[in-house]
Ligand binder design. Structure first.
Ligand code: GLU
Length: 372
């Protein structure tokens, strides 16, 4: 039995490396992109949620502004990324529009996926786009990230995105068709590893230091990405994109390495919530809301009776029933003062209470654990 394939995935993040999209002269490989867009359209028609993390802004932009990216300073690279990103996003939107698929551009920094407040905002935006069947085209926001705080490679960014949206599949398309025991560029008899169940020191060692010329991520960053994703319940595939229609090729048996997920995204998120030692506040809820939570629904402001503590949006809070018994916990969408203001309000009344349009949920069901 195949351990995991893109066909199994309900929500898939596809990461595309620079060396696939952009040739040595800094020109876009349009024909190749069209083939991939075809593959993406097929998955989209199967009602899967799809997100693309695309590199290539610096590679295209270096040509646009006329710099040699190997000798450029950080700010020159940032300038190149800014110029190239416009063209990159345009190329994606054109390629997918041919299949009547709408796209949206999202630029993220490591902070946006690590700071819980920003995490909720990014997650909310991506969630709405997917509901509207739009394919987000994501890249690092190179303008505002410095050397020390950059992801620097989109492999890890893609893994963080997978974690953010609770994807069950991450596909890393690059110029390598998976993990090898030794460097296949130096050793033609290198043994290919088709499946990895645990990313141990042996696997990390195999990843070594192989690098491709145009992109920035080598095998080491791919294995790091696989570690982040699999720990978040997301299976990861490393496959070659150096063929036409690479996703179809994969379905037809092209060589790849699959890293098996540890649990499901929902189970991992819940486990994490249970493990948080110190919650920042307490929401008391009424019986109707308690029943809704037992049925897997989100917690709405209307069901909240009181909000106590000194929590902020993105903190973990305890949920208790009207007898004061702790029945669950979750990541709250409001600061304490605003939570107290909207407690008991129906969605229509929230804007009046706050003076701005707040979240419709107090705690989203994906960010909630209910104790038995
Ligand atoms: N954000 C960079 C770009 O689009 C790419 C980083 C990477 O190569 O993964 O050019």
């Amino acid at each position: 039995m195949k351990p995991f394939s893109t066909a199994d995935s309900r929500r898939l993040v596809i990461k595309v490396g620079s060396s696939l999209l952009i040739d040595e002269q800094g020109e876009l490989n349009r024909g190749w992109l069209e083939g991939l867009a075809h593959d993406i359209a097929e998955l989209h028609a199967q009602q899967k949620d799809l997100l693309v993390v695309s590199s290539g802004a610096i590679a295209i932009g270096s040509k646009v502004i006329g710099i040699n990216k190997r000798r450029a300073s950080l700010s020159e690279l940032q300038a190149a990324a800014a110029a190239g990103q416009v063209q990159l996003a345009h190329a994606w939107s054109e390629a997918l529009a041919k299949h009547d698929i709408q796209t949206a551009q999202i630029l993220l920094t490591p902070e946006d996926t690590e700071n819980r407040r920003r995490f909720l905002n990014a997650r909310g935006t991506l969630g709405r786009l997917l509901e509207h069947r739009v394919v987000p085209i994501i890249n690092e926001n190179d303008t505002v990230t410095t050397e020390e705080i950059r992801y620097g490679d989109n492999d890890r960014l893609a893994a963080r995105v997978a974690q953010l949206v609770m994807a069950d599949g991450l596909l890393l398309l690059s110029d390598v068709d998976g993990l090898y025991r030794t460097d296949p560029t130096k050793d033609t008899s290198a043994e290919h590893i088709p499946e990895v169940r645990t990313i141990d020191d042996d696997i990390v060692g195999m990843a070594g230091e192989t690098r491709s010329d145009i992109g920035t991520g080598g095998m080491a960053t791919k294995v790091q990405a696989a570690r982040i994703a699999t720990h978040a319940g997301c299976a990861t595939i490393i496959a070659s994109g150096q063929i036409e229609r690479p996703i179809s090729a994969l379905a037809n048996g092209a060589r790849h390495t699959v890293f098996i997920a540890e649990g499901t995204p929902a189970a991992v998120r819940k486990q994490w919530l249970v493990g948080v030692m110190k919650t920042r506040g307490r929401l008391m809820i009424d019986q109707g809301a308690a029943g809704a939570l037992q049925n897997g629904k989100s917690l709405l402001p209307v069901g909240v009776v009181a909000a106590n503590g000194s929590f902020q949006r993105g903190d973990v809070v305890t949920i208790c029933d009207d007898a004061g018994k702790e029945i669950g916990r979750g990541l709250v969408e409001y600061d304490q003062s605003d939570a107290a203001k909207v407690a008991g309000s129906r969605s229509e009344g929230i804007e009046d209470k706050l003076g701005y349009r707040g979240a419709t949920v107090m705690i989203h069901r994906d960010n909630l654990v209910v104790f038995d």
